[in-house]
Design a protein around this ligand. Sequence first.
Ligand SMILES: [Zn+2]
Length: 224
Amino acid sequence: MSKRPAPPTDLAVPSRAGARAEQLSLLGPGDIKPEVVAAVQLSLLGHPVPVRLPAELWHSWFATPAVVARFEAKRYIRRDEQCWPWLGAVSDTGHGSFRAASLPGASRRGTVPAHLFAYQLVHGVIPRLGWSGAEDPVVCHRCDSHGCVSPHHLRLGTAAENRSEWAYRHRDPAGPLADVRGPAGRTRAIARAVRIGMARGESTGLIDDRVRAAELDGLPLTLW
Ligand SMILES: [Zn+2]
């Protein structure tokens, strides 16, 4: 679930993306030809200012074992039906943040939403991901847990679908969207539970119990 993104304001791209990407930095959305658009995607960093990343950057990260290994080190993998908690940095929206690269320029460039990394790591780079905020695909959580980075719980949808699902499901008092800690508090609490269990060398079953307790901790009290 994501709020509707604001219009892109940062078209600058890192120098390592090459001269073609440098040209893109001078263009507005209406100036970009379709074949060029396919090489760029809009990535939301968990705040209202989207940053566009060249597709070739995503490709280069997925092709670099050290980058993928750093990602995997922050993802707690469980069974397919379970959420896979993100253990790294968390954005204000409760999504994981993964620093795929430290790039020059504006702060946080090279830091991407962990669930976008998780989805595209399996399915490949998605052209026009999050581009328009209307009809172009966005990555949605089936499980409503923003901190979940399981590819089994992620699907492509539109921003409109994502909003209507949120409007419908956030009223469920037993659902993740009702968490009184907010999505970021929920993500952090679950990650903390996993890290404590891992630090103590606990079994997966005990860590599952910790995660479940952390999830329930944030649900509003049911009076009767
Ligand atoms: Zn999940």
